[in-house]
Design a protein around this ligand. Structure first.
Ligand SMILES: NC(=O)C1=CN([C@@H]2O[C@H](COP(=O)(O)OP(=O)(O)OC[C@H]3O[C@@H](n4cnc5c(N)ncnc54)[C@H](OP(=O)(O)O)[C@@H]3O)[C@@H](O)[C@H]2O)C=CC1
Ligand SMILES: CC(=O)C(=O)O
Ligand SMILES: [Mg+2]
Length: 554
């Protein structure tokens, strides 16, 4: 027995196998001859040594053979678990093809099916059962150099509602973009799902649901869970930035208020969305020739995204010298009960600054007719809400109507790109939350781009991480919006694109991180010495999905 044990090493001794099983170290068929010897890999791999390019070709061939987007998602998730560098190489080199799979819209479907497609856990699940021991749970994470956590409690996943622990797909997807779009090293990222229960009856009745089969915690218990998590996360991973994602708005605004002046944190749905939308507005105004001060913006929806955008529109106008009261009057909200007006007594706190003197209006179409907005922004997750009549009405009194259909995923989009362009006779200045293909109308080609916070959060997080900023502030989001808008070229605008191409997202993120870092240094929030050339420094810190050398792998 002893002899056998010696002759056949135990798994722990089999260095080669462990390397192949570690996605951070594994190069698969790309291990060189020397590495195969040094790491005991001989025979564990087929003999042909592949280049990374050959591996990419193989992955793409298989990926493209998958019959559905969900199958493609599962395929990429498996690659992520197998070979991190190859996964990010593919994401970075094929952003237009891969982003809609790891991110919206497919990630929404994946979250809906999460318990059924689940293969391997990724990230940390902190549940209500962990009360009193969350620090120990976080300590189970194998690394201490985590710099960015994206946390969700799964209560408002995209526009799909309460998906409970299935919402883990969102932190995982967002953090994949952190690495692919902003070069944050994957080992510095940690997805967290805070399982406070779910009120989704379908999930509670689904034996394959992966979360607690319990109703959501009530406010006091819930707040205690979040507080324990935040405290433990900051102790376990000193300096970590915490991004709150896809919380329901009854918690999102409160938690932002509670933590924004205490730790480096932001709410992506409120603040990241605000920056991308303001950037889109600034780009649209370059085409229409107007100024923010001259706009009337009607939001369909009055939640996190709407209030976040409206607040940043106001802050931007105030920074341009407009008085706050006047600035507020440019923004109008329309919620599930109609136009938000002063006489209403049912308004949540975040709606009050936009409750103007006006008679009640019951339908969005009537609101458009009465207010004659220059821009409509859809953030209510009501698919198809921008009807033909609404877009035609917008086009009747605006030479260049601004139409942003920002709800996700695609099924919740207020209108398609084709509808916006066709119904406006090719005059709409359009942006969408989820991707739409290019549209040709009367020989003119329009290339819609995504008004999605994915243009903002990777660079925002990178800037905060690199500087060790102690806070993530509103001026940083304003700067991100302006930086992003500044990267839109006349060629982009000529084809209807209000954002730069996804292919340039790493450069976009580097510029946003630089703008954020400049503020962190100026406001003395940074914890590192200021480099001479901030942009060059930021670029030099960005992860490249190159394979580590065998020496590193050992
Ligand atoms: N493109 C992007 O980057 C982002 C897009 N989004 C998308 O925006 C959508 C909303 O997100 P978020 O703001 O966080 O969600 P919230 O739940 O905070 O807000 C939703 C809002 O929609 C309103 N609403 C619901 N039904 C209707 C209706 N029939 N007519 C008018 N308003 C209605 C709600 O009204 P009431 O207040 O009365 O309940 C609420 O104000 C989602 O689809 C999300 O995916 C969000 C963040 C980023
Ligand atoms: C994009 C995003 O954050 C959302 O739809 O929730
Ligand atoms: Mg979100």
């Amino acid at each position: 027995m002893l002899q056998t044990a010696k002759a056949v090493p135990s798994r722990d001794d089999a260095r080669g196998v462990n390397v192949l099983r570690d996605p951070g170290l594994n190069k698969g068929t790309a291990f060189t001859e020397e590495e195969r010897d040094a790491l005991d890999l001989r025979g564990l791999l087929p003999p042909h040594v592949c280049t990374q390019e050959e591996q990419v070709a193989r992955v793409l061939e298989n990926f493209r053979r998958k019959p559905t987007d969900l199958e493609k998602y599962i395929d990429l998730a498996a690659l992520h678990d197998r070979n991190e560098a190859l996964f990010f190489r593919i994401l970075m080199d094929h952003p237009d093809e891969m982003t809609p799979i790891v991110y919206t819209p497919t990630v929404g479907l994946a979250c809906q099916q999460f318990g059924h497609i689940f293969q391997r856990p990724r990230g940390i699940f902190v549940s209500a059962k962990d009360k009193g021991r969350i620090a120990r749970v976080l300590a189970n994470w194998p690394r201490r150099d985590v710099k960015i956590i994206v946390v969700s409690d799964g209560e408002r996943i995209l526009g799909l509602g309460d998906l409970g622990a299935n919402g883990m797909g969102i932190p995982v997807g967002k953090l994949s973009l952190y690495t692919a779009c902003a070069g944050v090293p994957p080992e510095q990222t940690l997805p967290v799902l805070l399982d406070a229960g779910t009120n989704n009856p379908q999930l509670l009745g689904d034996p394959l649901y992966i979360g607690l089969h319990d109703p959501r915690l009530k406010e006091a218990e819930y707040d205690a869970l979040v507080e324990e998590f935040v405290t433990a996360a900051r102790e376990t991973f000193p300096g970590v930035v915490i991004q709150f994602e896809d919380f329901a708005n009854h918690n999102a605004f409160r938690l932002l208020q509670k933590y924004r002046d205490r730790i480096p944190t932001f709410n992506d749905d409120i603040q990241g969305t605000a920056a991308v939308a303001v950037s889109g507005l600034l780009s649209a105004l370059r085409v229409s020739g107007g100024k923010l001060a001259g706009q009337r913006i009607l939001f369909q929806g009055a939640g996190e995204a709407a209030a976040g955008i409206a607040d940043l529109v106001v802050a931007t106008m105030v920074a341009e010298g407009v008085d706050e009261a006047t600035a507020r009057k440019t923004c109008w909200l329309f919620d599930s009960r109609g136009l938000v007006v002063k006489s209403r007594t049912d308004l949540a706190h975040h709606k009050l600054p936009y409750a103007h003197e006006h008679a009640g209006v019951a339908t969005l179409l009537d609101a458009v007719k009465e207010l004659k907005p220059t821009a409509i922004i859809g953030v209510a997750a009501v698919g198809g809400a921008f009807t033909k009549e609404i877009v035609e009405t917008m086009a009747a009194f605006n030479d260049r109507p601004i139409v942003f259909a920002l709800s996700n995923p695609t099924s919740k989009s207020e209108c398609t790109a084709e509808q916006a362009y066709r119904w406006s006779g090719g005059r709409a200045l359009f942006a969408c939350g989820s991707p739409f293909p290019a549209v040709e109308i009367n020989g003119q080609r329009f290339v819609p781009r995504q008004g999605n916070n994915s243009y903002i959060f990777p660079g925002m997080g990178l800037g905060a991480i690199l500087t060790g900023s102690t806070r993530v502030t509103e001026p940083m989001f304003m700067a991100a919006a302006r930086t992003l808008a500044g990267l839109v070229t006349p060629e982009d605008l000529a084809q209807g694109s209000l954002y730069p191409p996804l292919a340039s997202i790493r450069e976009v993120s580097a510029c946003i991180a630089t703008a954020v870092a400049e503020i962190a240094f100026r406001e003395k929030l940074a914890q590192v010495p200021q480099p001479g050339d901030i942009l060059a420094w930021v670029r030099s810190q960005m992860y490249e999905p190159r394979y580590a050398s065998a020496r590193t792998a050992q």
